[in-house]
Design a protein around this ligand. Sequence first.
Ligand SMILES: Nc1ncnc2c1ncn2[C@@H]1O[C@H](COP(=O)(O)OP(=O)(O)OP(=O)(O)O)[C@@H](O)[C@H]1O
Length: 206
Amino acid sequence: MGDGQKNYTSNPKDYKLLEEVGYGASATVYRAIHLPYNEVVAVKCLDLDRCGSNLDDIRREAQILSLIDHPNVIRAFCSFVVDCNLWVVMPFMAEGSCLHLMKIAYPDGFEESAIGSILKETLNALEYLHRHGHIHRDVKAGNILVDSTGEVKLADFGVSASMFDRGDRQRSRNTFVGTPCWMAPEVLQPGTGYDFKWHWRGEGEK
Ligand SMILES: Nc1ncnc2c1ncn2[C@@H]1O[C@H](COP(=O)(O)OP(=O)(O)OP(=O)(O)O)[C@@H](O)[C@H]1O
């Protein structure tokens, strides 16, 4: 697993992309080898042409990810532009997302003890993000990742917002982002705005 003190290079030639492990609206995620350290990592390739967000939002996600320092929040080792893509290098979470795990191994849902432990780790992650002024805005099973040791990390800051944003970015907290089934009611209601409480409500109702 990656060490925060290591210097992950921003040269695409230093990474060998292996198989695709997931994809979302604007990104494909690969298992990859960081050749200088011979270490398995995940590389998220964000298609800048396909991204709904503007470059400032994308830069912000990469910046937030690189500053993260919490065991339950996925961090970026580094990020850099390759052709029309932004590559974000992260720890590889071998078990994939909770959504993926449920689909392949737990079609009736996780056992209560597993739910309790995943929720606890996720809430630790949200508490850390809140303390640093971030709202995730897309907490869902597909964004809760598990590694080979069972460690849980919250991922995907593509639609996160900062509580300290002003002006245009503050107005964007009143916009419609996230994944409909997982949204709190006030997010579905245009114009009402929302804040940290959104996370807690979303979590409680899932
Ligand atoms: N670090 C990682 N290690 C292993 N698998 C990962 C990692 N990051 C993401 N994945 C897999 O890739 C999938 C998509 O990743 P992610 O949610 O970051 O993409 P996205 O395009 O931002 O998605 P969305 O459409 O939800 O915004 C995840 O659900 C997960 O299965």
